[in-house]
Ligand binder design. Structure first.
Ligand SMILES: NC(=O)c1ccc[n+]([C@@H]2O[C@H](COP(=O)([O-])OP(=O)(O)OC[C@H]3O[C@@H](n4cnc5c(N)ncnc54)[C@H](OP(=O)(O)O)[C@@H]3O)[C@@H](O)[C@H]2O)c1
Length: 337
């Protein structure tokens, strides 16, 4: 089969198209015929820094495809099911940039007949991260779904990013009021298309004043891509028992928080790394995202604020470069092309 592999950390040029034997699923594993592989910043960051094991590393955490074989102890009824894949390559050599991959059975989630494989490959990292971020607040429930966030407000810093888009879609599905920040008109259009009720241009508008107009008592949850840059704003708009969920160090590696001002609302400043989040939070996130997909509430593409950029498998290096260069939307690899 065709696979992309790398045997040393480095730039996109370390990614090679190789011929590999189709892997056999071990106990507790499934083998998936991959249709689409999703590319996230984490994929190029680990490709740049992490030394692969001796057999090489197939990149990319997210994907979608069809289960074609199961290992010992896995329900054979899984064979033939369309699934989405999360964290395929986390501490394992088999990512999704290959015609076939093997993952632990719990890392595949039923996709059903209708949702596209493109949608399935866009779910894992962004949507599970967004779920964790939104539900970090003590003022909010730990489940998402219709009505769960009624009367609550979520602020998404960076609403045109992949995680930002996921946060908007999940929060809207849950009936929150959603405010998104963006850097310009094109991204404003995308955040609105994703479902944001209010979009604020953080380069031209006073974010604190705009958010306070919409949510005079502050917001419950802030999904934060750039805590180093936005901490002062976040501290002024976080509401009682709300949480600032910091999932990236874009724009700076360290954050300064005004302690006394954050004591008043009993605010929580929550660091988020999707791979190591508590088990219960991960399980609930997977269930809720699967339900949202089943409800038809999750969409991808320009009309959902997430333009798709599709590359053939042999151009995985270009796909990584596109994400590295800050592509707006979702970068996918058509593994069959
Ligand atoms: N912790 C985790 O588990 C986890 C999970 C997923 C992703 N991440 C990380 O999160 C980051 C974003 O990932 P992604 O896939 O969403 O990337 P992306 O699609 O490139 O989105 C990043 C977005 O952040 C916006 N942004 C940057 N600085 C901003 C600021 N000061 N205020 C508001 N928005 C700002 C960017 O737009 P403008 O610059 O135009 O505003 C862009 O829309 C990456 O560093 C990634 O590694 C972490």
């Amino acid at each position: 089969m065709r696979a992309i592999s790398y045997s040393r950390p480095g730039g996109p040029d370390v990614l090679e198209l190789v011929d590999r034997a189709v892997p056999e699923p071990g106990p507790g594993e499934v083998r998936v015929r991959v249709a689409f592989s999703g590319v996230n910043p984490t994929d190029w960051k680990s490709r740049s820094t992490a030394q692969p094991g001796p057999g090489g590393q197939v990149p990319n955490q997210d994907g979608a495809g069809t289960v074609e074989a199961v290992g010992q102890g896995v329900d054979p009824a899984m064979v033939g099911q369309r699934v989405w894949i999360w964290e395929a390559a986390w501490q394992r050599p088999w990512g999704t940039a290959a015609e076939h991959t093997v993952v632990p059975a719990r890392h595949v989630v039923l996709l059903g007949e209708d949702p596209s494989s493109e949608l399935g490959a866009a779910l894992g990292i962004p949507f599970l991260t967004a779920h964790r971020c939104i539900t970090a607040a003590e003022s909010l429930p730990d489940r998402l779904g219709p009505g769960t966030l009624s009367g609550h407000t979520v602020l998404v810093q960076g609403g045109a990013g992949a995680v930002g888009n996921a946060a908007i879609q999940l929060a809207r599905w849950s009936d929150a009021t959603v405010i998104a920040t963006v850097s310009g008109p094109r991204k404003a259009q995308l955040a609105a298309a994703a479902g944001a009720d209010h979009v604020v241009n953080y380069r031209e508008q006073d974010v604190v004043a705009e958010v306070r107009k919409i949510a005079p008592r502050g917001v419950d949850s802030i999904v934060e891509v750039s805590a180093a840059v936005n901490a002062a704003v976040d501290a002024q708009v976080i509401g009682m028992h709300g949480a600032v969920a910091m999932y990236a160090d874009d724009g700076g590696a360290e954050v300064t928080v005004p302690v006394r001002a954050q004591m008043g609302p009993n605010a929580r400043w929550q660091f988020v790394l999707v791979y190591t989040e508590p088990e219960r939070a991960k399980v609930l996130a997977i269930e809720d995202v699967a339900t949202a997909v089943g409800d038809g509430a999750i969409r991808v593409g320009e009309e959902a604020g997430l333009p798709l950029h599709v590359f053939p498998l042999a151009e995985t290096a270009q796909a990584h470069q596109a994400v590295q260069d800050g592509a707006v939307g979702k970068v996918l690899i058509d593994v069959t092309a």
